[in-house]
Write a protein that binds this ligand. Sequence first.
Ligand code: ATP
Ligand code: LTN
Length: 340
Amino acid sequence: MEGTEQAEKKEKKKVILSGIQPTGVFTLGNYIGAVKNWGKMQDEYDCAYFIADLHSLTIRQDPAALRKQSLDAFALLLACGIDPEKSLVFIQSHVPAHSELSWVLSCYTQFGELSRMTQFKDKSARHADNVNAGLFTYPALMAADILLYQADMVPVGHDQKQHLEFTRDVATRFNNLYGSTFKIPEAYIPKAGARVMSLQEPTKKMSKSDENPNAFITILDEPNVIINKFKRAVTDSEKEVCFREGKDGINNLMTIYSVITGRTLEQIEQEFEGKGYGDFKLAVGEAVSEELREVRENFKRLSADKAYLEQVYQAGAQKAAAISARTLAKVKKKVGLLVK
Ligand code: ATP
Ligand code: LTN
């Protein structure tokens, strides 16, 4: 008996969880910083990935467009290699426990700590006419997403690091008050590619909400569009392809090329020794376009099959509800809500 229990314990895989907002077609930044790694983790870990549609309500959305983008984002996740046979995939708003735990956690969150969040400061400056309460309490919902599933690791890009630290703080605070309730999650931030930069302003993060479409590559861009965007990428007035402080544009392109091809920065420097930026940009564009070919083809096939997508998200919602209900019940009991 003891032996079986031990074997079961040993077999229990670590839980990985992450989400992405349906605010537009995923960029190369989303892909390299997050989604590409999610697919790779499926065999080794117990993975859960979801579309964070509730989070996207913090910015005003057109209802019909949001519905379409949510389904497209779901299809994109699958197109990027997330396999519903291996991972739990669902849509956040289909699982009410997220909103419920978010409320409880917000009552254990201080105004001061939310005011310090850089994403809140950035987004409220960008949308000064709509600094709503949801934008402010966004991190409490994100903490609920993670803690409900007792996640061990959360693979995200660098911009989410502060939200992960907040999640750890609120979980620790709750555990200290009520005894062990939540697993304390670790952020899993890739060494290379955690901050893919804009192709037009390489000191700024590549973002799907940038007004200038030349600043970002989407994972559905056609090969000629990808190659043209790389051709126009802002670099510097030197000629040498080398990774050095101050060469933000080239550093960004070298990082992208390195993550896609698996070559080191030194190998890339050697490959383009004596060649100009033109050759280098073309090589980056071709490598990225080739990497995304399968994603584009998968998306075309999947987005045409609405019945399949619906079946996958319904099954995902059911499974996610069952897992999250356990943590939510524990929390309700601990804080003193009358259990029905
Ligand atoms: P928006 O531009 O609408 O604010 P976004 O492009 O930042 O959105 P999110 O849904 O907020 O996209 O992020 C999804 C995941 O992609 C997160 O893990 C985030 O850290 C990662 N990510 C976003 N942009 C980049 C980037 N430029 N480089 C690396 N990772 C990124
Ligand atoms: N806030 C994240 C999306 C997100 C998320 C999460 C990521 C919502 N909930 C839970 C990881 C875990 C973003 O904007 N990138």
